[in-house]
Design a protein around this ligand. Sequence first.
Ligand code: ADP
Ligand code: ZN
Length: 401
Amino acid sequence: MPFYRKRFDEMGLNPTHIKTLADVTLLPFTEKQDLRNHYPYGLLAVPKDNIVRLHASSGTTGKAVVMGYTARDLENWSEMAARSLAAAGVTRSDIVHVAYGYGLFTGGLGAQGGAEYMGATVVPASGGASKRQAHLIRDFGATVLCCTPTYALHLWEAGMEVGINFRDLPLRIGVFGAEPWSEEMRRDMEDKMDINAMNIYGLSEIMGPGVAMECVGSKCGMHVWEDHFLPEIIDPATGEQMPDGETGELVLTTLTKEGVPLIRYRTRDLTSIDVTPCVCGRTHTRIARLRGRTDDMLIIRGVNVFPQQIESLLMESEGLTPNYQIIVDRANNMDTLEVRVEVSDTLFADEIRKLQLLETRLQKNIKEFLGISTKVRLMEPHSIARSEGKAKRIVDNRALD
Ligand code: ADP
Ligand code: ZN
């Protein structure tokens, strides 16, 4: 690929320099900006004729990047997505309702590829028309639901509104990913839907969903499919590799990718690597639940905060829903943070005084655990916009100044 050849030449690097796995640190990083700079086809490592599909990232953090897949890339992806589903406990007897978006986003087709590869039955529902989807989930007897965690909650809500309670259905596994979510949110979802809510990780630059997946045996970290990807954790500030167990930025090198192979791709996702044996018996190393993206980190009056940390604190309180939003603003040159969270119908019916006390308690908790002052506002049920894909947790009004 001319891109890497040029870069290696500039660094005076040639294949003889790479002798052991540790020498990977001699290789340069690849960043999202490199992909943007070569939009759309500049990073293809094979003739365009060999590309059988294109995807693009959802563009959460700027201009989209385009990825090309060869037939073998798609085959590998399906195999890894199937492995991921199997780790979650899915079998060929399952009916897999895929409510990840279809299209350029990798979620829908990725999950479908995996489910079909293992021989399960796929319902390619995509996002939207949530009440109708709740009917489909009931009528078709879905046993597995694949979508973002926020959309799963939205579907559950839509079901309740039309008298369909997921708890009463054969649904038994949720395969949730594409956005950060907390352990507390997992417990809430498992309780509401009576399922195993499993965490799946992926990104379009590297492949799509199924780069790493939790196993139902331990629910403790996501196994990275190391026969296809080499994971490293680096200090995002210095680029130095960090020891196992420490939290830093996940860097992935693709080992088998043909269309757009990437060397030391900086994912901007924060996690740590766990090499201890897993109770499930898989020997693939694990990454911890993602702490968020470096882009999502808020710096509020010098304190680093991730939306998920606030989510965890909110979810500890009875009567709050996982529908929340964080509004950042600036008043008199000071950053201000407001946390809006919807309360449940039952709590909403309660006395005002009780709600005010809860607001004060939440503010105190956030101050105590995260060290920042916030204004917490309890909101009426259903007042925060729902998402069919990734939730928009942060509204940063500071940029408008
Ligand atoms: P983007 O959102 O960057 O436009 P993608 O749609 O490819 O592109 O999304 C990939 C990103 O989604 C990952 O880099 C990560 O930040 C996030 N993500 C995916 N799965 C998870 C997960 N299980 N937990 C937390 N974040 C996730
Ligand atoms: Zn395991």
